[in-house]
Design a protein around this ligand. Structure first.
Ligand code: FES
Ligand SMILES: [Fe+2]
Length: 445
């Protein structure tokens, strides 16, 4: 007889979800072990460490990690914890260094993690210290189109299998150009929100005409963007898809128009259109005609906490999240376009972004409601569109019939349960890779 799983937080037939997952410390502690200890985590981008001996300080969940490029050009993700007593061996955000010296007693590590030097190795330790076993703790590292992922789980599947058919969609942004992408940033800030609130929001297009009404009006008036209404959202041909925990929203359009991104306005549209037209033959070669010309990725999340392109939602306790927001641009894009995208992105989704502030207020209140003694007795309702999603002849994953649906959110919390109830990867299901990856683009770019 199978044991009852510890976590059953969503009723998939009624869409009810237990609010305690947004506030309880014990659940959060399990998340750190079961989710952030087992999943592949987005930790940075190769362009942050372009040269040998470059490093970038990042996090896997709450654990500080140094992303390094060693003398041979290989990437490493090293726990920033001296194996002696535990001091951090790196105290800066980034730089270039062959070695990291702990400032407590001076143990010194190479940038591939090996313990190279111990003061008093003969005099104090009688040459009995087992140095090879005392290197920095190292995570597995793999990359997708320059984005660096790491996992603590030795039994995790390959990153390619982990992303699965979600990559079919992700390629349309992250794998467009032969020259790859470049990460600008990050901008970092703290918010009093549970980390899952903004992950689940990546597929919430229901809130847009309500929460962002004033921001959208400003955009219409000053940037010439189309007006936003509930009617348009409900009638939108855009779609949602879900693969392996990753939530995708996308536009299927055959209008030879560039994908919408922050920075597009009536004044800059010509620049975006020219770039679109000039690069389309290359993109069609890399992605095939369907993905190059029609499929345009919109908001999305990569399980567990990678959102909106390259943003990390780093958990800092059940009621606090640190955002690291990067702007990703094509490396070979004209500098003028990079500047327009960077400024547009910050104006909308930066710490002081118009849309960001609307969103954060929602996430803060959803988090707060889960701390209410009375409120938490009553589950969240995620029932929208139950029974109206399935396989699609053209698009990989589990696809919602309508754009406005809570199907991706329900599946995200099911995936959360998969990880929270698993002792190892042996019991975490993976969708098979079945999509037709037309074109020359690969995991490596
Ligand atoms: S704690 Fe690092 S050398 Fe002692
Ligand atoms: Fe929003």
């Amino acid at each position: 007889m199978r044991a009852t799983p510890k976590y059953v937080v969503i009723d998939p037939t009624a869409g009810k979800i237990d609010r305690r997952i947004f506030s309880e410390q014990a659940i959060y502690d399990d998340e750190m072990a079961k989710i952030f200890g087992q999943a592949w985590l987005m930790i940075g981008h190769e362009s942050l460490v372009p040269a040998v001996d470059d490093f970038f300080h990042t996090y896997m969940g709450e654990d500080p990690v140094i992303l390094t490029r060693d003398g041979q050009g290989r990437l490493h993700a090293l726990l920033n914890m001296c194996r002696h007593r535990g001091n951090r061996v790196c105290r800066v955000d980034d730089g270039n260094a062959k070695r990291f010296m702990c400032t407590y007693h001076g143990w010194t590590y190479r940038n591939d993690g090996a313990l190279e030097h111990v003061p008093g190795e003969s005099e104090a330790y009688y040459d009995a210290l087992d140095k090879p076993s005392l290197g920095l703790i190292e995570a597995r590292v793999e990359t997708y189109a320059g984005i660096v992922f790491a996992t603590w789980a030795k039994d995790a599947p390959s990153l390619e299998a982990y992303l699965g058919d979600a990559r079919w969609y992700l390629d349309t942004v992250f794998n467009r150009r032969d020259g790859g992408m470049q990460a600008l940033g990050p901008m970092k800030w703290l918010e009093p929100v549970n980390w899952k609130t903004m992950v689940d929001n990546c597929s919430d297009n229901y809130h847009v005409p309500t929460s962002h009404l004033s921001s959208a009006r400003v955009q219409s008036r000053y940037l010439g963007r189309p007006r936003l209404s509930h009617e348009d959202q409900f009638a939108s041909p855009n779609k949602h898809a879900f693969v392996n925990g990753h939530s995708i929203t996308f536009r299927d359009a055959d209008d030879n128009a560039p994908r919408y991104m922050h920075g597009v306005s009536k004044d800059t549209m010509r620049l975006f259109q020219e770039y679109h037209d000039a690069t389309m033959p290359e993109i069609e070669r890399r992605l095939g005609t369907l993905r190059a010309r029609r499929v345009q990725l919109a908001n999305h999340s990569i399980f567990p906490n990678g959102i909106l392109g390259l943003r990390l939602a780093l958990p800092r306790g059940p009621l606090k999240t640190e955002f690291w927001h990067f702007v990703l641009v094509d490396r070979d894009m004209p500098e003028e376009l990079k500047r327009v995208i960077r400024i547009g992105s910050q104006a909308n989704n930066g710490a002081a972004g118009m849309f960001e502030q609307d969103d954060v207020d929602n996430w803060r209140q959803v988090t707060e409601a889960s701390t209410s003694r009375l409120g938490r007795r009553h589950p969240q309702d995620l029932s929208m569109g139950i029974g109206h999603a399935g396989l699609h002849p053209d698009y990989p994953g589990f696809v919602s019939e309508r754009y406005i649906s809570e199907n991706n959110q329900r599946l995200f919390y099911r995936r959360w349960e998969d990880f929270m109830n698993a002792e190892s990867w042996a019991t975490i299901p993976l969708d098979p890779v079945e999509a037709n990856f037309e074109g020359t683009a690969t995991m490596q770019g």
